[in-house]
Design a protein around this ligand. Sequence first.
Ligand code: 3SL
Length: 233
Amino acid sequence: MPKIEVCLTPALLDLYAIENSIVVVIDILRATSSITYGIENGAEAIIPVMNVEDCLNYADKGYLLAAERNGEVVEGYDFGNSPFSYTKEKVAGKTIVLTTTNGTKAMHLAQERAYQVIVGSFLNLSSVCDYLKKQNRDVLLLCAGWKDNFNLEDTLFAGAVVEQLQADFTVGDDSSVAALDMYQLAKGDLREYLKKSSHNHRLVKLNIEEDVQFCLRLNVCNTIPVLEGEYLV
Ligand code: 3SL
């Protein structure tokens, strides 16, 4: 049986052998939720870049430029990381260059070594799990966390995936067991549980409570963004 493991922060990624694994990058609030929603809504591609300045390399290509740091849109950019900026009206047929505090960095780190990098969120939970079940390959769930620290929301999602895959995969490490236990404790009311999370406090201060609610919606997207070269498609 293939194995499933959970890497709780990008700072721990070096500990995992991922050359033959599918890595699911998770940044529930809000990067991987917004990316999922954008691709679902017909964005042609999303190019995740590490640094704000990297976006400018694409400035003359007619792409939308999106940049978030510390939860806020970086001045001068078209938009940031809110799922409400990734609606059909705004992104269908468009290519978006995106940089975020944690999520896009995690994608780059994973891509250096992984067999494949895909994007997971509660919005596409079941589609991601169905896809992983069919691949018969080891899986690493990579929590983007916050500036290399552990966070609750990404770990909860990892637990939700472990719950759906545990019959078909060997659960490979204690962080998977912890994520599963946490998810089973919280799943009756994810929103209530996440009121304790540090990123929730950050986002509530920024007045984006509705983004948090949105990112916790279950299975409203079928798409699975896959990183192909520099493009998420
Ligand atoms: O860190 C990230 O990649 C972001 O998702 C953070 S925020 O939700 O936009 O604050």
